[in-house]
Design a protein around this ligand. Sequence first.
Ligand code: GUN
Length: 293
Amino acid sequence: MEILNGKIVSQHIKNELKSFVDNLILNGKRSPHLAAILVGNNGASETYIASKIKNCEEIGFKSSLIRLNENIAEQELIDAIIQLNSNDLIDGILVQLPLPPHFDEEKIINLINPDKDVDGFSPVSIGKMVLGMPTFIPATPYGVMLMLEHYNIETSGKHAVIIGRSNIVGRPMSILLNQSGKNGNCTVTVCHSRTKNIKEICLTADIIVAAIGIPEFVKSDMVKDGAVVIDVGITRVKDENKKSGFSIKGDVDFDAVSPKCSFISPVPGGVGLMTIAALLKNTLNAYNQQNRA
Ligand code: GUN
């Protein structure tokens, strides 16, 4: 069994990005600039945003965090996006999700200039991805694809079972693994909350991507010997032994499942770090396209 080490792979990608930025600066160019909008102060969102900003700094990207109060009118958020859309010095824009309930997420995401949609959540980006056109790939599935590539994991002709059908992870993951080309060509089954016989379906999987948001959902009797298991889950569970009051759990019962696997990604230290590396790659792509560097 080999661990898919998100720390090592993401650092490798960040080193490449940092060299690119260092070169830009040497040539008198400006560095890429990511703008993040955070509405309210959801604890998990605060953590994710802080990590995105820190990682930008590490590789020499500029970043701006626009914090908006949870109680603002939707128009204020719309105005903030419009301003960023027309600012030539901003390359990538992301709105951290989830938004408070009185915002229409679909409408808000649709306002982001597709050339700056580094989360790849807009209908334009998703449509292009489905058609196999070059575009921004949502960061978590993109991070998983980069992980598969790094470890040279054979996907062609394999049966991939994805647990979860969210717009952010499960659905795009199914499209990417099914596409023709490198790290694709899988036969894909997407399971969700209404799927019958999840256990039996998972037992036929060569590759399992767990993205359902239920801690330790995938048990050892659901995994066949030699399977590749990718854990996308990040759930906070109460833990009085931790200073923060919680610990992070994945969707896979790691201790029980890992002995059966050929490869498995841990939580933490797996896909979460790859998500950030993928976002940074998307931001550099946005910069390059807009500046034709
Ligand atoms: N919420 C959970 N994951 C993500 C992500 O990748 N991007 C944004 N903007 N919000 C999220």
